[in-house]
Design a protein around this ligand. Sequence first.
Ligand SMILES: C[S@@+](CC[C@H](N)C(=O)[O-])C[C@H]1O[C@@H](n2cnc3c(N)ncnc32)[C@H](O)[C@@H]1O
Length: 284
Amino acid sequence: MKEDQPSVTAQRVAMRRAAHQLVDDPKVFDDPVACRIIGRESASALQADPRQFETTPLAPYLRAFVAARSRYAEDELSLGVRRGIGQYVILGAGLDTFAFRNPYPEGTVRVFEVDHPATQAWKRQRLEEVGITLPDDLTFAPVDFEMQTLEDGLRNAGYDPDKAAFFSWLVVTEYLTTEAVMATLRFIASAPARSGVVFDYMISPSLLSPSQQSRLDAFTRRVASAGEPWQAFFDPEVLVKDLRAMGFGYVEDKGPEKINAMYFKNRKDGLRVGSLSHLMKVQV
Ligand SMILES: C[S@@+](CC[C@H](N)C(=O)[O-])C[C@H]1O[C@@H](n2cnc3c(N)ncnc32)[C@H](O)[C@@H]1O
């Protein structure tokens, strides 16, 4: 990220989540706050022409993945809540809206939004601008994953390290160094039993076919020109082994076939995810 500036890609991802609400039928991820949080101007432009921001043929794949990862994270959260988990930590929250449509009775799920301080300050201003009030169950925890530990950030926010927690980490790992990703995962591995995380990650370029590599290059150039270059890429087999070695008892990697089978089966519009990223679910 550019120093002291909010994430540009956070707005871009939020725009895709909002576009999904307007363009795709049936929706994979239903988010009634998605259009509001992108800001008044962007919302009216999107309403006027929901496809105007989809400037490349790859746009539907990106939109599909944005929808699928949020859906997966919140589906897994709901399983966790049924097992008694009461802390939900959204890492690199950007314009995530869960906290503002938290469906659980008050006091059931405490939400911690962890994000880079500059992005978090920008989000708070956006919430005020669009008139979204802060729920009592939400706490903001500003953390720069490259400079501070998640543990310190959460401690200051009143997170209870003795209770199990569910974490989501969506569209963030690629923007960090591998060391910062692994340090955060090690912290989650040290959380009480039943804790877990859902995150997505980019596949190592060396494992991609030439056509996948050229798609990756196109994306890489776009995010780098926004000042937020991708840094961390993983080999799924190695990552699974590393996560087991950290002490996670349950590790499940989901590639595009599994994700498409879960969320995009029998669609008439052909919407589906592409093959450059995977979803990972791990539990202590
Ligand atoms: C592409 S956005 C994704 C936002 C959100 N998770 C979503 O799915 O809409 C990337 C997020 O990672 C955060 N981020 C990037 N580098 C970070 C860092 N060093 N420390 C903390 N957060 C960081 C940005 O602030 C931004 O919110």
